[in-house]
Design a protein around this ligand. Structure first.
Ligand code: SAM
Length: 463
């Protein structure tokens, strides 16, 4: 084959690949895993699912059984529900609003499924960040029923938990399955519609705990695409030990997915330096370059080239040998130059293990986000509840608020500037977080959605 032919063949292959990538960006859930003739697992396009996504629900799609992916009773109906247009309308409430004509923030009362459908037109592809804190499915919350419902009987048949004479094999597991099913049927259409609202560089954060984190991750992998998974953050929600029989749970999770991982290599931003990080910068040797902190001068040996293995001679003549399995970060020549320029720290007495000085001023230093949000930095459930009590004369008017600081951190990671949405908004904490962030120069706007629910009668809001 000539060069040109090779190139042409290469180009046409790339175009096919490019089309697949584009299609996958539009319909991540239409891609699945199958086995090829050689028994190898390959990614393949699920045409029936693609048709179903485009509104053509075929018999084949309805009747098929075995395939890789996550299924549960009612999933097919979720797709129907997504495509069913809403018959609701949004009614403005001028008398309950503040600055109705000028504010760009919205608080919408209603079922979020209906509202998400209504927002599809006006907000399609325009939301920078979505945060949701849905019911965790602890068994205590009411899961709002959508248009369809599955009876326990139907469920038992689906799950194969009823024999031909109609006897239950195991009531417990049946109940438990039904329990997850109901929650999944509630979440799936909402997440699906939520994804449509996100900008290409948008992200979604979802609070959850151990009850559903696994299922949530699986449906998010399907809806957003596995490659758009950003992180499973841990939030330290309490600092005191609960009096529990087995284990006292100290954390919740916050799952984060991006709309389109290809859009940027950094779907969430770095964070500004906080006080704790700043406190580690000092200047014990009056370095003219200003505040610095020391970092290790070695790396794993596997990362090094030959020139990074040597005995390092300190200014006082002391010889520092490498620990086994390590190499120096700099070559000998660069290290000696750094020592000459006083950019290597050997401790106060000059005998310490060499460390590299990292200067605060070196660039606009920012912090790479870590997977744990500690209570001392972002607050706990208790902190959030106490804030609500302060607003409502000591009454716990809302039981499950999230701390505003936690939400401010999520905004810093994702939303400056842009529209943010919370469609399980509860006490409206994301609205307060946006307000506080905007005081420091952001120009974020919010859309909050919440089922109308009354706070206790005796509760009067402080003026
Ligand atoms: C855990 S709370 C959210 C708390 C919120 N993050 C905060 O900081 O205050 C979940 C909220 O979602 C609301 N909710 C549940 N189902 C809903 C639905 N279908 N549409 C709108 N809101 C819903 C509940 O009424 C509840 O207030």
């Amino acid at each position: 084959m000539s060069d040109q032919n090779t190139r042409l063949a290469g180009e046409s292959l790339d175009i096919t690949q490019q089309r697949r990538v584009e299609l996958k960006q539009l319909f991540p859930s239409a891609f699945t895993e199958t086995c090829n003739d050689k028994g190898e697992v390959v990614e393949s396009l699920d045409f029936e699912r693609l048709k179903a996504e485009l509104g053509e629900l075929t018999d084949i799609y309805d009747n098929r059984r075995e395939r890789y992916g996550m299924d549960w009773p009612g999933k097919r109906n979720c797709l129907r529900l997504i495509q069913q247009p809403s018959t609701a309308t949004l009614k403005p409430c001028r008398e309950e609003s503040v600055d109705f004509d000028t504010t760009e923030n919205l608080f919408i009362e209603g079922d979020n499924l209906e509202v998400l459908k209504l927002l599809q037109k006006g907000y399609y592809g325009s939301v920078k960040m979505i945060y949701i804190d849905p019911p965790y499915n602890t068994g205590k919350e009411f899961i709002y029923p959508d248009n369809f419902s599955e009876s326990l009987d139907t469920y038992l048949q689906y799950a194969g938990l009823k024999d031909s004479e109609g006897r239950n094999f195991s009531t417990n597991s049946a109940n438990e399955g039904r329990f997850h099913t109901k929650w999944l049927n509630m979440m799936y259409p909402r997440l699906y519609l939520a994804r449509n609202l996100l900008r290409e560089d948008g992200v979604i954060f979802i609070s959850i705990d151990d009850n559903e984190v696994e299922n949530l991750r699986r449906i998010c992998d399907e809806i957003f695409g596995e490659e758009n998974f950003v992180a499973q953050f841990i939030w330290e929600k309490r600092t005191n030990r609960e009096n529990r029989k087995i284990v006292s749970t100290r954390h919740d999770y916050i799952l984060c997915y991006s709309r389109n991982a290809w859009e940027s290599d950094r779907p969430i931003s770095q964070l500004p330096m906080n006080e704790k990080a700043l406190a580690s910068y000092k200047n014990p040797d009056n370095d003219f370059r200003g505040l610095w902190k020391s970092d290790p001068a070695t790396a794993q040996a596997g990362h090094g080239t030959k020139s990074q293995f040597y005995d390092l001679v300190a200014p006082n003549g002391k010889i520092h040998q490498l620990e086994s399995g390590r190499c120096w970060l700099y070559t000998e020549k660069s290290m000696n130059q750094a020592i000459e320029e006083n950019r290597i720290w050997f401790g106060k007495d000059g005998n310490g293990v060499p460390r590299i000085k990292t200067y605060l001023k070196a660039k606009d230093r920012r912090l790479t986000p870590e997977t744990i949000f500690f209570a001392e930095e972002v607050g706990t459930t208790e902190v959030a509840k106490n804030k609500i009590k302060e607003l409502f004369d000591g009454i716990a008017a809302f039981e499950t608020p999230k701390p505003v600081q936690l939400l401010q951190t999520l905004l810093k990671l994702s939303a400056n500037p842009g529209v943010v949405v919370d469609f399980f908004s509860g006490s409206g904490s994301l609205g307060e977080a946006v307000y506080r962030e905007n005081l420091t120069g952001s120009s974020t706007r919010f859309v909050l959605i919440q089922l109308p629910s009354l706070v206790k009668r005796e509760v009067k809001r402080k003026k």
